[in-house]
Design a protein around this ligand. Structure first.
Ligand code: SD4
Length: 334
């Protein structure tokens, strides 16, 4: 049996779903003489694959379906992220997102393709799918970021409808918050938060996206890491990609996603690179007990990694035909 065939059979039979925080790559443990199948470890993986922050099986399933039909990783990212943006129950992304302290839901999103092109919207109101507007900014304008009213006007001009994004549940939560008006980042929100997604399609090309309503009850006009290139997301199709969730200010200060991709360029595995990027935050911010940051990363071989400051971060990985939520390892074990 030829090596390629063996790999296909291995993935069809469903072996190779790794558990733990690292999924190892698909390289054989030993070289084949070309005639006999090579022995693979049980953590065989290969693209296509989709990985997203938190427990978002519907999103990763949608992205996988798009890739499986033969479409690009970029299409998969957009459509996968749209699932969470449209989910009214998710209070950290799209419609239903928790508002700023003035009661306004403002959304941030960005997308990057295999050519390294990037588009983003920041602090945009009244449009359910910022990931799609970000893609339009990337593809149809000479700019890379549109903000606030300008982003909204652009979205409407290319056919998006204005909608009220503040649901009854989010309005109620905001009313309750106003009683004390205490601003405190919450470490892990309901195991489901900002969605950062990375995908490798059947051609081995990588794209990524990140979409969020940002931190609940933030100051008006606040923009986090999620829509900012190199911070909330970075893709280099020669190397891999990374994306972030958690307290955006900390990710921005350390340009986390770019750092991870550059570390992978220097030879780190995705797991090592995520750990080093979290280490950078720990070193610079002695108050790390008060906030959470989590990273996920993928390299060109389909090897993945994830790491966070605190427990309870997870990622959803769709690979080898299986959609699995995997708990991340974390720094703060004390
Ligand atoms: C932000 N990183 O706006 C986003 C929010 C987030 O977990 O991911 N919260 O800072």
């Amino acid at each position: 049996m030829k090596r390629r065939k063996f790999i296909q059979n291995a993935s069809l039979s469903g072996i190779g779903i790794a558990v733990g925080s690292t999924l190892a790559n698909c390289k054989p443990k030993e070289e084949s003489n070309g005639e006999n199948p090579v022995a693979f470890s049980s953590d065989v993986t290969k693209y296509p694959l989709v990985i997203a922050t938190w427990n978002v099986p519907e999103s990763t399933a949608k992205a996988w379906e798009v890739i499986d039909e033969g479409s690009s990783a970029l299409d998969a990212i957009e459509q996968g992220c749209m699932v969470e943006e449209a989910n009214e129950k998710g209070q950290s992304v799209g419609i239903g997102g928790l508002p700023d302290r003035d009661g306004k839901v403002t959304l941030d999103a960005c997308i990057m393709n295999k050519e390294g092109n990037y588009g983003a919207v920041v602090c945009m109101q009244n449009i359910v799918h910022p990931i799609s507007v970000a893609r339009k900014v990337m593809e149809d304008t000479p700019h890379v970021i549109l903000a606030g009213k300008g982003a909204e006007q652009f979205a409407v001009s290319v056919g998006f409808k204005r909608e009220d994004l503040l649901t009854e549940a989010s309005r109620k939560a905001w009313e309750e918050w106003k009683v004390k008006s205490e601003y405190k980042p919450i470490i892990n929100i309901e195991n489901h938060d900002t969605i950062g997604m990375l995908a490798i399609d059947k051609n081995g090309d990588i794209s990524g996206g990140c979409t969020t309503s940002g931190l609940a009850y933030k100051m008006a006009g606040r923009v986090g890491d999620s829509p900012i290139i190199g911070s909330g997301l970075f893709i280099d199709n020669e190397i891999g990609g990374a994306t972030a969730t958690g307290l955006g200010e900390e990710v921005l200060k350390t340009v986390g996603s770019f750092l991870i991709v550059e570390l992978m360029r220097q030879g780190r595995t995705p797991q090592q690179a995520c750990e080093e990027a979290i280490g950078r935050i720990i070193k610079k911010s002695p108050n790390y007990n008060d906030f959470q940051v989590g990273y996920i990363a993928v390299n060109k071989d389909g090897e993945t990694g994830m790491y966070s400051i605190h427990e309870h971060f997870s990622a959803t990985v769709y690979q080898n035909g299986e959609n699995t939520n995997i708990k991340s390892d974390f720094y703060n074990k004390s």
